[in-house]
Design a protein around this ligand. Structure first.
Ligand code: KIV
Length: 272
């Protein structure tokens, strides 16, 4: 096992830009609570995303749409308290920024003030440009998110790979450049062809972070529950599962149940 770059003091948006500049890949993972954030941070991950995927893996919703701004702030605050080194980025949830730019700014400011996070992430391109510009002008770093954008799942109708056709690929490239030009510090590319990721990543100066987007993004991100096998029903092709914690947890809990029922727990040493 190796732990990388722990000599870096605090990861900032500048740090991840430097990693791209020197050709070093950026590691990113999600986290939603204090204990998991501490493990992810200790292992050397540079960017921790408090993703609205919390709606799925923490709250059991089918989509990311139901999670609220208050709930995101709760998760984000818990993560920030567990992190000493990583850059903490928080998703602006569905409905907190699409309405108008004043509401978007209010939502971003609430996240920064109430959770102590370092940046926000927003899904979409040209359609949300005004909101992103307003948030950036308040001094809040913004990460973009293009390709499969789960907050628009009812528009897409499916979680299939995006931007396979030329017109959608061109719009994604245009949006990526627009996001860079207005000042986003990075960009998540989700579930798009590997060749398009390569083209976008090579033509941008800001770092791209891929999920289901092939090897040529400047960094990679996965949902921590998927990587650790805590959720054992979700196994897309792009996922590499590094552990089977669902089995580890259920077996340990089943042993506890056996010990309680068999009058074995607690024993004399475990009592006062
Ligand atoms: O919410 C999330 O976890 C995300 C990642 C999949 C990039 O947006």
């Amino acid at each position: 096992m190796s732990v990388h770059n722990l000599d870096i003091k605090r990861v900032t948006t500048h740090t991840i830009q430097e990693l791209k500049n020197k050709g070093e890949k950026i590691s990113a993972l999600t986290a939603y609570d204090f204990s998991m954030a501490r493990a992810v941070d200790t292992a050397g991950v540079e960017v921790i995303l408090v993703g609205d995927s919390a709606s799925n893996v923490m709250a059991g919703h089918e989509t990311t749409l139901p999670i609220t701004l208050d709930q995101m702030i709760y998760h984000a605050g818990s993560v920030v308290r567990g992190v000493k080194r990583a850059l903490v980025v928080v998703d602006l949830p569905f409905g907190s920024y699409q309405g108008n730019s004043a509401e978007a700014l209010r939502s971003a400011i609430r996240i920064m003030k109430e959770s102590g996070a370092h940046a926000v992430k927003m899904e979409g391109g040209l359609e949300i440009k005004e909101s992103i510009v307003r948030i950036l002008s308040a001094g809040v770093p913004v990460m973009g998110h293009l390709g499969l954008t789960p907050q628009s799942i009812y528009k897409f109708g499916t979680y299939a790979v995006r931007a396979k056709e030329e017109a959608e690929a061109q719009k994604l490239m245009d949006d990526a450049h627009m996001l860079q030009d207005i000042g986003c510090f990075g960009l998540v590319l989700e579930k798009i062809p590997a060749a398009l990721t390569k083209k976008v990543s090579q033509s941008l100066t800001i770092p791209t972070i891929g999920i289901g987007a092939g090897p040529d993004a400047d960094g990679q991100i996965l949902v921590i529950h998927d990587l650790l096998g805590i959720t054992n029903e979700f196994k897309p092709r792009f996922l590499r599962q590094y552990a089977d914690l669902h089995t580890v947890m259920t077996e340990a809990i089943a042993r506890y149940v056996d010990d309680v029922k068999g009058h074995d727990f607690p024993n004399e040493k475990e009592a006062y």
